[in-house]
Structure formats: C-alpha cells, structure tokens
Design a protein around this ligand. Structure first.
Ligand code: 5GP
Length: 209
C-alpha cells in the first residue's frame, strides 16, 4: 500500500468506551477524516444504517468476499464476522485522507503483519463502573451479550500496550479534541502511551472484583 499523503489509524476500545459517538463527532470536526465502513455478518441494531454503520451481509456473501481478496483484514468477533475493505482504504489513502479503522486489536495486528504503516489509538473508559453502565444503558444487546461484551472489554483492555496512544474518554469534547490532535500530528507526544497508563489500567482491572 502506498500511503502517499494519507494515513491509516486504528481506533480501538472496549465496547462501551464511547468510540462510535466520538468518531462521528471527530469526522464532523475534521473533513480530512474518513471512517472506514466494515462489512459484517452481524444483524443491524436499531437505528443502524446500511452503508453508513456497516455493510450488512450474510455468511455466504462474506465468504465470497474473502475468496475475492476483498479484505485488508477480517476477524471473527462475538461470533460474527467483520472485515475491512482493501480497495476502500487504498483509494482514500491516495486522496490524502486520514482513514480511521474502527476495528479491534486482532485487526490491527493483521494489518501490521502485512507491513502496512498504521497508528494505533486506544480509548479507555474513565473507570470500570462507567464501562459497565455504558454497556447496560445501551440496551441494544441481550443480557448474555452484555456479559460477553464486559468480559471481552477487559480482554481488549489487556492489549493496550500494542497501541501507540491512549486516550481516556472522560469528557466527550476534550476526548474529541485529543483524538483530533493525534490524527493531525501523529508525531505528538501528547497522549502517547507511557508508564502512567500501566497504573491506570491496573486500577480499572482491579475494580472488577
Ligand atoms: P460492534 O458489533 O459492536 O459494532 O463491533 C464489535 C467489535 O468488532 C468491535 O470491537 C469493533 O471494533 C470490531 N470490528 C468492527 N469492524 C471490524 C473490522 O472490520 N475488523 C475487525 N477486525 N474488527 C472489527
């Protein structure tokens, strides 16, 4: 991939950290930002729009897309398949856009393994309780799925060291500003992962018990 002007970012977060709303706001504020739209075999949630939130496809079509080499990466998450379109990313990078992939840590690893340059940003909830409350308040998933997502959230958090930047989503507007600063100047040291995040994350993990 020839990232002449544009850049590729992964923004990952445990479910319930507020990632989707943050990125929607960021793309309104910065017109160079493009959020990649993945394909998924998951059923649409209430309010989700085809071609805006995801391209919703069935298992058979997803398999066909894999065979046609359509994906830069794809993974199975919570029993559903998700994939990032290679041609979409490539064409946007050529136009100098900042492409944000809303994918998980597995996806980022697969892209890095292909030798593609990508900057990882990890969004954290301010504490464990907030994470739990946001997941429950969402009420778009069954309680079994919420429990599954809570376990997966902690698992996702355990991969924070693989990311270049850590942003704690405490105050919405400030978090959007931090994300904008990182994508506008990826050489910035602000919010770059450092040893202070180790203590913060240990505290979140400890709140589980
Ligand atoms: P949700 O079903 O809540 O929209 O997403 C569930 C998880 O799948 C999230 O962690 C999200 O980042 C991840 N995900 C969404 N699209 C992709 C994708 O194209 N590739 C990968 N690897 N993960 C994705």
């Amino acid at each position: 991939m020839n990232a002449k002007n544009g850049m590729l970012f992964v923004v990952a977060a445990p479910s319930g950290a507020g990632k989707t709303s943050l990125l929607k706001e960021l793309s309104k504020k910065n017109n160079r930002v493009i959020i990649s739209i993945s394909h998924t075999t998951r059923k649409p949630r209430d309010g989700e729009i085809e071609g805006e939130d995801y391209f919703f496809v069935d298992e058979k079509s997803f398999k066909k897309l894999i065979e046609e080499n359509h994906f830069l990466e794809h993974a199975r998450v919570f029993g559903n398949h998700y994939g990032t379109s290679h041609s979409f990313v490539e064409s946007q990078i050529q136009t100098g856009k900042k492409i944000i992939l809303e994918i998980d840590w597995q996806g980022m690893q697969k892209i890095k393994a292909k030798g593609v340059e990508i900057i990882g940003i990890f969004i954290l909830p301010p504490d464990y309780i907030t994470l739990e409350e946001r997941l429950i308040n969402r009420q778009k998933d069954s309680s079994t799925t919420i429990k599954q997502r809570m376990d997966a959230a902690l698992d996702e958090i355990s991969h924070y060291k693989e990311f270049d930047f850590i942003v704690v989503n405490d105050k919405f507007d400030e978090t959007v500003a931090k994300l904008n600063e990182i994508i506008s100047d990826p050489k910035t040291d602000h919010n770059r992962r450092n040893s202070s995040h180790d203590d913060f994350i240990s505290k979140i993990m400890a709140q589980r018990d």
